[in-house]
Design a protein around this ligand. Structure first.
Ligand SMILES: Nc1nc2c(ncn2[C@@H]2O[C@H](COP(=O)(O)OP(=O)(O)OP(=O)(O)O)[C@@H](O)[C@H]2O)c(=O)[nH]1
Ligand SMILES: [Mg+2]
Length: 460
């Protein structure tokens, strides 16, 4: 699983900027960069964790490629616990590409996404929950997500889980003793007490964590806000208007958007996943049909639906059909194209779709958009109150494993209650311990590592 080779990657986003960093990690790090910095004659004496100004030279041509600041970080006091070299270059795409090529040319291998962090994990510097903290920190879109990511990174969840692991091990030891000395089972194993400890010290904290995920989820993932309406009502125009950029293609041809488009929208720190859909109507071809099916799926998943109506044309059967699809989801009816003469009045819409909140906008010219944003914030807070945010919120992967643990342990609890033999109960406890291991990373498989580290970018 762990190659002992030396890896390298560009660790900063590629683009024009002040500084771009090439990171190299592994036992050969020094040997690899040495020929590129002939001005540094005493590598043995190069102080660790210090910046050194040095030109990087292309050894084939003998010419200077860039003036850099070089950092030699001697392991194990490094991110990966290996020897690490960081070359601070000027951040131009070509400079970085050339420097990376030189480093690879000297025998480094291009790092896989997340491979530096994977090494930090495999070398025992961080556990899996902390690795997840790092990826959440990088991807954080809100202050709350940032705060939670830092808690993961600091090891708050790890500590809690290790506490649970201790409890499970001691419960398991009691079972083992009862298995080994069947004649003394009654003295060794007080079932009522055993069950109580399992419930209070393990199952209850696990349930609280799962509950915390449900409550805190909007701040990790955003609330899904789906824009629906018949073709040409201005859905893509509204998406662009809310994002203040031309993200989706807008044309006067009905059926322009064929697939769903998803973007993150932050309104005063509240994250939404804004989703533009293909207009629902009787499809003209297979691609459109597929798009419409996808729209139906998104409507089912939506936490808030924006139902767009074009008031410059008459209401159609399609509008009513879409309204039926939405069912009783939280809904805002948005009357679009208010800049055009109205063919449908607000009263007419109200009569068709009674009791629903509605407002008028012009997606094209931006009228009414501020009011719409205020309404969206209100709806977000109705779904979720941020003041009540739990102390520690697990990620989706963590929550799914916690749920498996609850299943295993509930079974153990029931078996114990039914006075089943300790052997049976021990199996479920063992299963829960293994699941806990895959949470913190003590019993990992390739799959588990893939799931965590595939979310990273190259260079981290
Ligand atoms: N006058 C006016 N035109 C608008 C408004 N909003 C959208 N339009 C126009 O309506 C047409 C369709 O807009 P789109 O945003 O592509 O509509 P859509 O609902 O995404 O359409 P499909 O993707 O085909 O389902 C374009 O020509 C827009 O410029 C508006 O508020 N006022
Ligand atoms: Mg569209």
């Amino acid at each position: 699983m762990y190659d002992q080779d030396t890896i390298a990657a560009i660790s900063t986003p590629v683009g024009l900027g002040g500084i771009g960093i090439i990171r190299i990690s592994g036992p050969q790090a020094v040997a690899i960069v040495q020929p590129l910095f002939p001005s540094i004659s005493f590598w043995e004496r190069l102080p660790s964790h210090h910046l050194t100004l040095a030109n990087i030279i292309d050894p084939a041509k003998g010419s200077v490629l860039d003036q850099t600041l070089l950092t030699y970080l001697k392991g194990p006091q490094t991110y990966t616990r290996e020897d690490v070299i960081e070359i601070n270059c000027h951040s131009g795409p070509l400079v970085l590409k050339r420097v990376l090529e030189l480093v690879l040319g000297q025998g480094a291998r291009l790092a896989e996404p997340g491979e530096f962090t994977l090494r930090a994990f495999l070398n025992g510097r961080i556990d899996l929950t902390q690795a997840e903290g790092i990826i959440e920190l990088i991807q954080a879109q809100t202050d709350q997500a940032l705060e939670q990511a830092n808690k993961l990174l600091q090891g708050d969840l790890q500590k809690l889980l290790k506490g649970l692991q201790e409890e499970l091990l001691s419960l398991s030891a009691q079972l083992e003793a009862a298995i080994d000395f069947p004649d003394e089972e009654l003295e060794i194993l007080d079932r009522q007490e055993w069950n109580q400890i399992l419930q209070n010290r393990v199952l209850d904290p696990l349930s609280r964590l799962i509950q915390a995920y449900e409550e805190g989820r909007p701040f990790w993932e955003g609330i899904s806000l789906v824009i629906v309406g018949k073709p040409n009502v201005g859905k893509s125009s509204l998406l662009n208007q809310l994002l203040k950029e031309d993200r989706a293609i807008v044309t006067s041809i009905p059926g322009t958007t064929r697939d769903t488009i998803e973007e993150t929208l932050l309104l005063r720190g509240l994250p939404f996943r804004l989703i533009d859909t293909a207009g629902i109507r009787r499809a003209r071809d297979e691609v459109e049909e597929a798009g419409i099916q996808r729209t139906r799926g998104k409507v089912q998943e939506a936490q808030i639906v924006l139902f767009l109506i074009d008031t410059s044309i008459a209401l159609k059967e399609e509008d009513r059909a879409i309204y039926q699809e939405i069912g009783d989801k939280p809904l805002l009816i948005v009357l679009n194209k208010m800049d055009l003469p109205a063919v449908v009045s607000i009263e007419a819409v109200q009569k068709q779709f009674p009791g629903r909140d509605m407002l008028s906008i012009s997606a094209r010219y931006g009228q009414g958009i501020e009011t719409l944003k205020e309404k969206l914030q209100e709806l977000f807070l109705q779904i979720h109150v941020p003041e009540a945010l739990p102390d520690l919120i697990p990620t989706l992967r963590q929550k799914q494993i916690l749920e498996q643990m609850v299943l295993s342990l509930t079974r153990a609890y029931q078996l114990s209650e039914q006075n089943q033999s300790p052997e049976f109960i021990a199996l479920d406890l063992q299963k829960a311990l293994e699941e806990l291991g895959s949470l913190i990373g003590t019993t990992t498989t390739e799959d588990v590592l893939d799931r965590v580290f595939s979310r990273f970018c190259v260079g981290k």
